[in-house]
Design a protein around this ligand. Structure first.
Ligand SMILES: Cc1cc2nc3c(=O)[nH]c(=O)nc-3n(C[C@H](O)[C@H](O)[C@H](O)COP(=O)(O)OP(=O)(O)OC[C@H]3O[C@@H](n4cnc5c(N)ncnc54)[C@H](O)[C@@H]3O)c2cc1C
Length: 750
């Protein structure tokens, strides 16, 4: 029976799979194999095991980590003046560099035995989040040495000798690292770099030494202009067969001291007016001994795999931290400003148009913070969830962009006019940087999230692809044959679940115990997990490798997976926080917005599916009633907006980790005006009842003489009036801060 099945079913199927498989390059395969799957696999199983997620609990800091956040991080934020850094000095001051080095900010992830702080991913993330709310330039400066780059690569792959030499020097800032991957020819397609090395012998320190002669041109390299050690990625060739038969040895990563002969460190790029160090560098016939390769000679050709493994974790920390910080900053300041800024005689936050945007900002901050917490918790447990990290990188930065755009629109002129009083303008300018680096968002959303997620998270697909490409065809048929019945059973279960929950609107889907009123959301999550799993199966079956080229389809399916991840993190956070009733508007808004996006994405997939009939069939099977969950109602939006316009535990919980500014800073003035305005609300009401709507000296004098308020109350409201007046001010300058740097030419240096 089994041999008949193999002959008549499995073997033709294997041929078909081979034919429809997308061509997978070595670099794509290595990217696919980096890190592991986690909750993403549950979401694409059609029946997520919620205990796996909910039992993880909230992320926690150790005493030492908390003390660092409350001590040196707080002190650093107090020292930083972002306006001075960005517009006056265009640089971080020597005192701040010294402080960062002395307090081992560059060694957050380096183990204590090598002189670093040895902190967890959660601590690392909280540190970067807080600093980023003060200054993106300082945030990036701290972020880069602690993420993808020499430190992380050495810890994971370095030889003992390399670790002993470099890690203590990186931890205390004697060495400043940078990482050079991107070149003018190769941006998103980094593996297409033309930077190349040739294996050779050369005299080095008086001895004939085996090494590589390397030429490169890298650009956009963060910390490049001040780096003392460059992590360099290049393609290695062995045309003279010094090492063996193979000529193309693959992408290799070495550590190159920047004072090595032949290395030219370029001048500075100006990335969106941010002041962190960034610039190009070149190498001309630079001799690199073999033992400078990270991990030594045996790691020749393993560079891409090393980078992808590092990205699998790192992408879940750096940009998501900066983005979460930015979204929380937007929520805290915009809520406050909307309360104190009055137009047409009332606070602008009372206008419904503004309220809808405020609700979006609050919800984004809530969702990003939740997903950030869930992700760093997984990283604390030693997981490297590559697809989840890609989701976080893309969607945290997308979320930041929306939150900051809305915050800018609400602040209007107040956030457009630059100066020390403006706490948002620089975050706004930094958004495209976050969108572009560590895998530009359009690429990550369109190609990676679903492209990798569908294959990696599927319980059988990767194994089936391996069986189909097995050079020993008979063995491949046997392997595939063993997988087929399991896959068929999985498809049957998925089909029944998705169709049943689709037709019954998720009414009978299960929910975990102990989640109270939130159970209805879990039911819908289970429903859409089943639907996505079935749609994935059908899409893969009907389009095969063509799906890779249909980026508009796979981007939308990736959005559904991403929403499910963000929403499940939000549900987990609500539970971890003790299901506080006051936070319910945030949960409701976020859930409805998420389900709405999921339904829009799925229906667009059905309408645009390349095989029309298949699209219609999927629509009929899984969403026969069309949209079933409405986006958040206006009532829910109002409730959500109000949460960030009043001082409360919810507001503090939502915006925890935002540096509140030093006394007299723009952000502090707005907060003081906000608090004072709430404290004097009753007095203001008395004035309004007497027909005095304005908040100024004339109105207060009038209220006093009309005996609407007492002397004491007049004193208090006068203080509020003063603070509000201060808070709505913007800067003006005698002359504009100058920046007329001499322009370097890349061509002349090549
Ligand atoms: C401020 C800054 C700091 C940086 N720091 C570093 C660093 O320290 N080290 C380093 O090595 N690099 C660094 N980079 C480089 C960064 O990683 C690249 O900019 C990024 O990879 C994108 O490359 P690119 O800018 O050349 O854009 P391109 O690759 O030209 O992409 C242009 C657009 O096309 C899209 N696109 C490309 N391919 C596809 C596809 N297949 N499907 C869909 N869309 C696609 C991209 O998403 C993007 O929107 C930095 C960049 C900046 C701006």
């Amino acid at each position: 029976m089994s041999s008949l099945r193999q002959k008549w079913i499995t073997a033709p199927l294997l041929n078909w799979i081979k034919k429809v498989l997308p061509p997978i390059s070595d670099t794509e395969r290595e990217a696919m194999e980096a890190g592991e799957v986690w909750w993403d696999a549950q979401l694409l199983s059609g029946k997520p095991d919620w205990d796996q997620l909910l039992d993880m609990g909230p992320p926690e800091l150790t005493e030492a980590e908390q003390a660092f956040v409350d001590g040196p991080v707080e002190e650093l934020c107090q020292m930083v003046d972002d306006w001075k850094i960005s517009y006056e000095d265009h640089d971080i001051s020597p005192e701040i560099w010294e402080f960062l080095k002395k307090n081992r900010f560059f060694g957050i992830i380096i183990p204590e035995e090598f002189g670093g702080l040895g902190f967890s991913p959660t601590a690392h993330a909280q540190i970067v989040t807080k600093i980023s709310t003060r200054s993106t330039s300082v945030g990036v400066t701290v972020m880069v040495p602690n993420s993808l780059g020499p430190g992380e690569l050495l810890m994971a792959h370095g030889t003992d000798e390399q670790k002993k030499h470099y890690l203590p020097r990186l931890a205390d800032g004697r060495d400043i690292p940078c990482f050079g991957l991107t070149s003018p020819e190769a941006g998103s397609d980094a593996a297409a770099m033309v930077d190349a090395g040739v294996v050779c012998y050369q005299e080095y320190n008086g001895e004939k030494t085996l090494g590589m002669r390397v030429n490169w041109h890298k650009r956009y390299i963060t910390l490049g202009p001040v780096a003392t050690v460059l992590g360099l990625a290049f393609k290695l060739y062995d045309p003279d067969h010094i090492l063996g038969d193979t000529e193309e040895l693959g992408i290799t990563v070495a550590l190159v001291p920047t004072d090595t002969p032949g290395v030219t460190i370029g001048q500075r790029h100006i990335p969106a007016m941010q002041a962190f160090m960034n610039g190009p560098n070149w190498g001309k016939d630079v001799f690199i001994p073999m033992d400078w390769i990270i991990g030594g000679q045996e790691n020749i050709g393993h560079g891409w795999h090393m980078l992808m493994s590092a990205l699998a974790a790192g992408r879940g920390i750096s940009l998501p931290s900066l983005s979460t910080g930015g979204a929380k900053l937007a929520a805290r300041t915009t809520g406050a400003y909307s309360h104190i800024r009055e137009q047409f005689g009332i606070p602008i936050g009372k206008f419904e148009g503004v309220q809808r945007r405020l609700a979006e900002i609050a919800s984004i901050a809530y969702v990003l913070d939740s997903a950030h917490k869930t992700t760093t918790r997984a990283l604390d447990k030693g997981l490297k969830p590559a697809v989840v990290s890609a989701i976080m990188k893309a969607h945290a930065t997308f979320g930041l962009r929306q939150a900051v755009n809305d915050a800018m629109d609400i602040h209007a002129g107040k956030a457009i006019i630059d100066g020390p009083l403006n706490y948002l303008g620089n975050v706004y300018r930094a958004v495209p940087v976050a969108i572009t680096v560590e895998g530009a968002n359009i690429l990550t959303r369109s190609l990676m999230i679903f492209g990798q997620g569908a294959i990696r998270c599927h319980p059988y697909l990767l194994q089936e692809m391996e069986a189909a490409t097995n050079p020993d065809k008979d063995q491949g048929v046997k392997e595939l044959d063993a997988l087929l019945p399991k896959h068929a059973f999985f498809q049957l279960k998925t089909f029944c679940r998705a169709v049943f929950h689709g037709w019954t609107g998720g009414l009978f889907a299960s929910s975990p115990r102990g989640v109270g009123e939130a159970a209805k959301y879990y039911r819908q999550m289970n429903r859409y997990s089943a639907v996505l799993t079935l749609v994935t199966e059908i899409s893969l079956l009907s389009l095969g490798g063509e799906l890779k080229r249909k980026e508009m389809i796979s981007a939308r399916l990736g959005d559904v997976l991403s929403e499910l991840y963000l929403m499940s993190s939000t549900l987990k956070r609500f539970k971890d926080d003790g299901s506080p009733q006051q936070d319910r508007p945030l949960l409701e808004f976020a859930m409805r917005a998420g389900f709405h996006n999921i339904e829009v994405s799925l229906i667009e997939v059905f309408h645009n599916f390349p095989i029309r009939f298949v699209g219609q069939l999927m629509h009929f099977l899984t969403m026969p009633w069309g949209h079933s969950i409405r986006a958040a109602s206006d009532r829910q939006a109002r409730a959500c907006a109000n949460l960030i316009m009043v001082p409360s535990e919810t507001r503090d919980r939502l915006t925890k980790g935002v540096f509140p500014g030093n006394s007299g800073d723009g952000i502090d003035i707005v907060e003081q005006a906000f608090l004072s305005s709430h404290e004097t609300e009753a007095i203001r009401e008395k004035m309004k009842k007497g027909g005095l709507r304005a908040l100024n000296d004339n109105a207060i004098d009038q209220a006093l003489s009309d005996k609407l308020i007492s002397e004491e109350e007049a004193e208090k409201i006068r203080k509020t009036s003063e603070l509000v007046n201060k808070a709505i001010q913007v800067d003006h300058f005698e002359s504009l801060p100058s920046m007329s740097p001499e322009r370097g030419s890349e061509d002349t240096l090549q």
